[in-house]
Design a protein around this ligand. Structure first.
Ligand code: WAQ
Ligand code: MG
Length: 274
């Protein structure tokens, strides 16, 4: 009999023109953790995500699941703040100032934007050395895809209700990813906006600043996305160990109501920062 404590990592990736490794256009990807009894519905949801995507109709899809052998780590979600802006210029300036506050030098920010502008196809995250601005991941792989993370829906729902936030699956996915990535001591900060043409809100995340949403970071219709992890390589044995954490360490986001209510010093999700 399958135990409900046995978890499976489920991943989907969809592309157009050809498969990802043969140079196809990245359409959509998704990664969740499921129990055996949840596998069928999880796979159906990921397939639907890939088939009904604003980046186009996929011509290639890969869906796979595998049993997770490692024990799952539980991490509290980053606090959410929303920075409302009315222009891309204000949004980008806000992102830069948050990154600076997070400890990324402006020269490194400039270099990382330069690296980004030279990339035509991205399906994962770009890793930037926070001291030098150099790209650390293998450019041939079009970015590192973080997987093996999830947030059980009931716990997410009570979190969202408590802070009067929409039960928005896109924000849930992004907050899950950011929380996992920032949880590693070698991650200084993350910068992200979607590659979906119909979604212009992005964020900067950092341990001290939390998850800082910025309502406009690109033009509507633009299919160029961004996901940069600013990494301090002195805080991890080597890059492989860091990438192994991103791709292999299972993480569940878990929110405890009492903890937040009793801790008045913590910034509360859903409040507007500026
Ligand atoms: N691991 C690494 N990189 C990823 C992953 C992943 N699991 N998923 C997506 N990316 C990269 C990839 O290069 C995409 O092109 C890029 O990020 C954008 O992905 O309202 O929707 O899924 O608070 O399009 C943020 C704001 C939305 C949400 C981000 O990103 C909110 C979003 P998308
Ligand atoms: Mg996308």
């Amino acid at each position: 009999m399958q135990s409900e404590h046995t978890y499976y990592s489920v991943r989907m990736r969809a592309a157009k023109g050809d498969s990802h490794k043969n140079g196809g256009k990245h359409i959509s990807g998704g990664e969740v953790i499921a129990t055996f009894s949840e596998l069928e519905s999880s796979i159906a949801r990921l397939v639907e995500k890939g088939l009904t995507h604003s980046r186009g109709k996929p011509e290639f899809m890969n869906v796979e699941f595998e049993k997770i052998e490692q024990s799952v780590e539980h991490v509290a979600p980053l606090a959410v703040h929303t920075n409302s802006v009315t222009t891309i210029e204000r949004g980008q300036a806000t992102a830069r100032s948050l990154l600076t506050e997070a400890g990324v030098h402006h020269n490194v920010i400039n270099k990382s934007y330069q690296v980004l502008s030279q990339i035509s196809e991205l399906r994962g995250a770009v890793l930037i050395d926070v001291h030098t601005g150099q790209r650390l991941d293998d450019p041939a792989k079009n970015g590192v895809r973080v997987s093996r993370m999830d947030w059980p829906w009931n716990n997410f729902e009570s979190w969202a209700k408590t802070y009067h936030l929409p039960q928005n699956n896109r924000m849930k996915e992004a907050l899950v990813l950011a929380t996992k990535v920032i949880h590693h001591p070698a991650t200084t900060a993350e910068l992200c906006w979607s590659d979906d043409p119909d979604y212009i809100t992005g964020y900067v995340a950092n341990r001290a600043l939390g998850y800082q949403r910025i309502t406009q970071l690109k033009e509507l219709g633009d299919e160029k996305g961004c996901r940069i992890f600013y990494v301090d390589p002195t805080k991890v044995e080597n890059l492989d160990a860091y990438i192994n954490y991103l791709t292999r360490q299972p993480v569940f986001i878990h929110w405890e109501k009492e903890q937040v209510i009793n801790d008045e010093s913590r910034s509360f999700p859903g409040t507007t920062a500026n």
